[in-house]
Design a protein around this ligand. Structure first.
Ligand code: PMP
Ligand code: GLN
Length: 387
């Protein structure tokens, strides 16, 4: 057989699918893959059901259902005072995943360097490489994952086309500070580079922190495309409704990629998400408060067992250091062991690094009902007492 596409043929299955499979196999509580175990507002699901029955059920516009694009433009204005023309500067995609892929495909040329901040969400690097780009990791270090000027100076070059910035950041739970964003903005201007801003957790920040899109910093609007996801905002991760917002010069190219990746996204779900954005702000503002309580609970209980929790400023995820548990093996071995024997699944962080990955960091998802987290804590307490 002739060689298959080298970027994908050599890849393993994503860690999320692997760990969810293992969790099912062992009857484990799944604190691995990040998905809420309570569905978002019934009114949205009813709206989607009604739209499915009443239609339209044929192709929606390639850029997205008008009502959703209008709702997204209004949302960007309301929260961040960012102005996008819903006709040309908002592209609805099939999830944040497609939004990222279409952005990378639309903006990156073969040979371009794209800077990623590690630990980096797993879909970024393969897509950059598939289009012939070169991924340049900047490795951030636990516990604070601070971005320094030196790290930026080492990574940026005249070949830098874009950075992929994820804030709030999965899996680290980090929210980039205004000072860090300012530094990054300086380099983007100096090297005339773009930013693909993965903001899918924009409404899931804690401790009174507010999400600041890089696009709101001086001179950054023109350089940023912003990726969002209804899955995260409305706890409907299976709907796969996402979007890209940005100036027409950039979203135009992104939409050309989108038209040949999925072309469109199911109409009924778009209609329901528009309804949600216009009418259910309370839902996601309250969700952040509820998640913050879960974070505190899980951090406290895991610390009592011997994990060392790092501080999560946002997202669904709490990263912990497992060194004190003295497990003999890698973080991947640890997660497999814990799934099989304690029957609680988590995600090893090493998979989010390209080299010299730390082997002692493990991510727990806390977007679960409190009783489920309590059950997981009971299992972990029992297991680690015996070991
Ligand atoms: N980016 C990050 C950082 C994520 O955590 C996720 C989802 N889990 C995505 C993108 C993809 O979002 P979606 O599920 O809408 O495709
Ligand atoms: N983003 C989710 C997580 O980090 C998983 C999404 C997926 O399974 N691709 O857990």
């Amino acid at each position: 057989m002739k060689p298959l596409n080298p970027t994908f043929a050599g890849l393993g299955t994503t860690i999320f699918t692997v760990m969810s499979g293992l969790a099912n196999q062992h009857g484990a509580i799944n604190l691995g893959q990040g998905f809420p175990d309570t569905d978002g507002p019934l009114a949205l699901r009813e709206r989607a059901a009604q739209a499915l029955i009443e239609g339209p059920n044929q192709y929606p516009p390639m850029m997205g259902v008008e009502a959703l694009r209008q709702a997204l433009a209004a949302h960007a204005k309301r929260f961040y005072d960012l102005i996008y023309d819903w006709r040309s500067e908002v592209v609805v995609t099939s999830g944040g995943t497609e939004a990222l892929t279409a952005s990378i495909m639309g903006l990156v040329n073969p040979g371009d360097e794209v800077i990623l901040f590690e630990p980096a969400y797993d879909s970024y690097k393969p897509i950059v490489e598939a289009v012939g780009g070169v991924a340049k990791p900047i490795r951030l270090a636990a516990p604070n994952w601070t971005l320094t000027e030196q790290a930026l100076a080492d990574a940026f070059s005249p070949k830098t086309k874009a950075v992929l910035l994820n804030s709030p950041m999965n899996p680290a739970g980090k929210v980039f500070s205004t000072a860090e964003l300012g530094l990054l903005a300086t380099f983007l201007k100096r090297f005339d580079a773009l930013a693909i801003c993965d903001e899918v957790y924009e409404h899931l920040t804690f401790d009174g922190l507010k999400h600041t899109p890089l696009a709101t910093l001086p001179g950054m609007y023109e350089r940023c495309v912003r990726v969002g996801s209804a899955g995260k905002i409305f706890s409907l991760t299976g709907w796969k409704v996402g979007w890209v917002t940005g100036p027409a010069a950039l979203t135009g190219a992104v939409s050309k990629a989108h038209q040949f990746i999925t072309f469109t996204t199911p109409t009924a779900l778009q209609i329901a998400v528009a309804h949600g954005l216009n009418n259910f702000e309370d839902y996601y503002l309250n969700l952040a408060k509820e998640l913050e309580g879960n974070r505190d609970y899980l951090a406290r209980e895991l610390a009592a067992i011997g994990f060392v929790p790092l501080h999560a400023q946002g997202t669904y995820f709490l990263t912990t250091d497992i060194s004190k548990l003295r497990f003999n093996g890698s973080d991947v071995d640890f997660c497999k062991h814990m799934t099989e024997h304690a029957r609680v699944a988590a995600i090893p962080l090493s998979v989010f690094f390209t080299s010299d990955a730390p082997q002692t960091l493990v991510r727990f998802a806390f977007c679960k009902q409190r009783a489920v987290l309590e059950d997981a804590v009971r299992r972990l307490r029992e297991h680690f007492k015996r070991n």
